[in-house]
Write a protein that binds this ligand. Sequence first.
Ligand SMILES: N[C@@H](CCC(=O)N[C@@H](CS)C(=O)NCC(=O)O)C(=O)O
Length: 202
Amino acid sequence: MKLYVAPGPNSYRVRIFMAEKGIELPLVELDYGKREHKSPEFLKLNSLGQVPVLVLDDGTIVTESVAICRVLEDLHPSPSLFGSDHRSKGLIDMWNRRMENEVFATIGNVTLHTNEFFKERLIQVPAFAEAQRKMIPTKWAWLDREISDGRPFLAGDHFSIADISGMVTLWLSEVFSFEVPSNLAHVQRWNERLRRRPSWNA
Ligand SMILES: N[C@@H](CCC(=O)N[C@@H](CS)C(=O)NCC(=O)O)C(=O)O
């Protein structure tokens, strides 16, 4: 197997997932500066020109960071990061999607719709970016209310892929200076808990 990566939250999501499970894979690190992610060879692996991409030993290509994590979960079931029964699987998938759709996407849209790097990827609408920027504190406040029951992790007592999506959201938030409001005590405690994990630096 071989994993194509580059700096950014979706490659980081897979790398944190691997660190949590102690998985090591040969990595191919692409250089955005040289536009290696848009080269004809790479577009044969992922027509969208995006990372991460996992190439299995039989040549099967899996793109999409969460799909890659699912492959790795199947090959390395312990510790389980996608849940082990109907209840935990449901809650983890629910929280992973909520984190992605509600928080990550809101922050990501600001970048997608303003940053030069993404101008070929979509039609940028700066007014939409501005509207999404204004929504960010609202999204963190929503999360704060949701986890105010004192649970340590998004889907309950156990760390999961949902928290890994949270880690890359927190990273994105910091890199683009959309800090989590300091008065949100529950999100702040969860944030600190995640940053203490050795995988944070993966
Ligand atoms: N939904 C995809 C998103 C992949 C993605 O957007 N990757 C970014 C890096 S984090 C990328 O390759 N950007 C280059 C581009 O969009 O041209 C996933 O989860 O893997």
